[in-house]
Design a protein around this ligand. Structure first.
Ligand SMILES: *[C@@H]1O[C@H](CO)[C@@H](O)[C@H](O)[C@H]1NC(C)=O
Ligand SMILES: *[C@@H]1O[C@H](CO)[C@@H](O)[C@H](O)[C@H]1NC(C)=O
Ligand SMILES: *[C@@H]1O[C@H](CO)[C@@H](O)[C@H](O)[C@H]1NC(C)=O
Ligand SMILES: *[C@@H]1O[C@H](CO)[C@@H](O)[C@H](O)[C@H]1NC(C)=O
Ligand SMILES: *[C@@H]1O[C@H](CO)[C@@H](O)[C@H](O)[C@H]1NC(C)=O
Ligand SMILES: *[C@@H]1O[C@H](CO)[C@@H](O)[C@H](O)[C@H]1NC(C)=O
Ligand SMILES: *[C@@H]1O[C@H](CO)[C@@H](O)[C@H](O)[C@H]1NC(C)=O
Ligand SMILES: *[C@@H]1O[C@H](CO)[C@@H](O)[C@H](O)[C@H]1NC(C)=O
Ligand SMILES: *[C@@H]1O[C@H](CO)[C@@H](O)[C@H](O)[C@H]1NC(C)=O
Length: 392
């Protein structure tokens, strides 16, 4: 229906040629237009087959935000992003070359006058998720790809202009001047070619209640069920747990993912990116994280609710699993007395991206559909450690 209504108006809209970007005055490249570079380097332009200078921060480092423009990340609350195929479709239309093109009948429309294929999805069941990552550095020139940690994922992205990213409650404060963040997205292979999306922005964590730092991020691993590619069962012990790096894929330099065209790395359960806040990214989040492998033992979550003082980060699984806590961490050790390493339960049902059928015949609003979908996804409950992988 949306498609039919849209066709009539598609020709009158300026530059609405699809794709999507995060839009906010705190971003690098906020005012970059089709003419700014010798090639189309608008924030919505997809990134692929580029050298590092060309893809890193979308080659927008020379187009910084104005001083004082910062995207706030309220600890424990949602941060609402605006994602659209054109700045004119956001609240920041005033500085858009084509003016206000927001859809008055649906302010959540990502790309007014276009079908969802224009932002690379065939529909709700084809969404692969997008992510926000943070680097605890105040100088963007010091930020390296490995400095980013994904702190929030929205698996039903890109679908609505206003997209909530839940900020983990335990995010520590940023250094003076704030942090550097970026929006990342890799879309479904069914709706367009291999592409990365990256938009960097200045960000700041507000309302921090914890000072435990974010752990050094590690490469995500493709551990979830992936029926499309013939993998019916998830391999939970094969996942990366804790802080994970964003995907850098299909460029000429500094890739960290080497998946093929039909199995793009995606921000959802396939790579253990839980929908919502990534609550386990801190140095004290786990008592142990064994090296992942399909037959490895499972990590042991710490009970962070009882910790007041920093616990030294450890990667020594033998010391943690025997509960060698001392001082401030003894409470942890006690509460995990019965926590023998979890074994992967292959009968618990492989869980890849959400499997939602019949969305077109579903009743209710987009929001309702999204709510239902999210409930299919795994959530991490830091107080129920046996649910590290199992879904509810
Ligand atoms: C990256 O590619 C651009 C465009 O081809 C080229 O001008 C630039 O010199 C390259 N930079 C590096 C560091 O290779
Ligand atoms: C973007 O353009 C608007 C309108 O010209 C201007 O007010 C604003 O300062 C610009 N922002 C940046 C970051 O260049
Ligand atoms: C994803 O964004 C949608 C739209 O803002 C929101 O309804 C949903 O709750 C978000 N999902 C999560 C897990 O935050
Ligand atoms: C970041 O937030 C903290 C806590 O609210 C505040 O003290 C600090 O001034 C903010 N920094 C910037 C650059 O806005
Ligand atoms: C384990 O993860 C690796 C790295 O992502 C992946 O190549 C491999 O297919 C995964 N194996 C299983 C059984 O999940
Ligand atoms: C896991 O599998 C590898 C390769 O098959 C094997 O070498 C290793 O001993 C196994 N480890 C455990 C703990 O079973
Ligand atoms: C983890 O173990 C390796 C090898 O034993 C060591 O080099 C590294 O410093 C350890 N990291 C932490 C955080 O303890
Ligand atoms: C890991 O912890 C155990 C038990 O405390 C200790 O015996 C062992 O030496 C530690 N290994 C490393 C590499 O630190
Ligand atoms: C594995 O999961 C299934 C389904 O949730 C459950 O019925 C079964 O008891 C579990 N088995 C083990 C060993 O945890």
């Amino acid at each position: 229906m949306l498609a039919i209504i849209s066709l009539a108006s598609i020709s009158v809209l300026p530059l609405v040629s699809g794709h999507a970007a995060f839009w906010h005055p705190s971003m690098w490249g906020f005012n970059v237009t089709q003419q700014t570079f010798s090639y189309d380097n608008r924030p919505v332009a997809p990134i692929k087959n580029m050298n590092f200078t060309e893809w890193w921060f979308h080659n927008h480092l020379a187009h910084p935000p104005n001083p004082g423009n910062i995207f706030e990340l309220p600890a424990g609350q949602p941060a609402t992003a605006q994602i659209a195929c054109n700045k004119g479709a956001t609240d920041f239309f005033a500085s858009s070359e084509g003016g206000d093109i927001r859809d008055k009948n649906n302010l959540d429309n990502v790309c007014p006058g276009a079908t969802s294929q224009e932002y690379h999805t065939n529909g709700l069941d084809d969404l692969e998720g997008c992510a926000m990552a943070i680097a605890y550095k105040n100088d963007v020139n010091q930020v390296q790809p490995e400095d980013f940690t994904v702190f929030s994922v929205n698996q039903t992205c890109v679908w609505t202009r206003f997209t909530d990213f839940q900020v983990p409650a335990r995010m520590p404060p940023c250094p003076e001047g704030g942090c550097v963040c970026a929006f990342f997205w890799i879309h479904s292979p069914l709706s367009g070619g291999e592409e990365n999306y990256m938009n960097g922005f200045k960000c700041n964590v507000t309302g921090s209640t914890s000072t435990f730092p974010v752990a050094q991020s590690k490469l995500p691993r493709r551990c979830g069920a992936d029926p499309t590619n013939g993998k019916m069962q998830a391999a939970p012990a094969n996942c990366t747990y804790g802080a994970k790096t964003p995907f850098y894929w299909f460029n000429l330099e500094r890739n960290n993912m080497f998946e093929g065209t039909y199995s793009p790395p995606v921000y959802n359960d396939i790579y253990n990116f839980i929908d919502g806040p990534q609550d386990d990214i801190f140095v004290d989040s786990y008592l142990s994280i064994p090296d992942p492998a399909p037959n490895a033992s499972m990590p042991i979550l710490a009970d962070v609710s009882s910790t007041k003082n920093p616990v030294p980060a450890t990667n020594n699984s033998s010391s943690s699993s025997t509960g060698s806590g001392s001082g401030s961490s003894s409470a942890l050790a006690k509460t995990c007395g019965s926590a023998t390493a979890l074994q992967p339960n292959s009968s618990s049902g492989g869980l890849g991206k959400r499997e939602v059928k019949d969305v077109s015949s579903g009743s209710g609003s987009w929001g309702g559909l999204i709510l239902r979908m999210s409930k299919r996804s795994r959530k991490l409950d830091m107080h129920k450690r046996h649910r590290l992988w199992h879904m509810w």
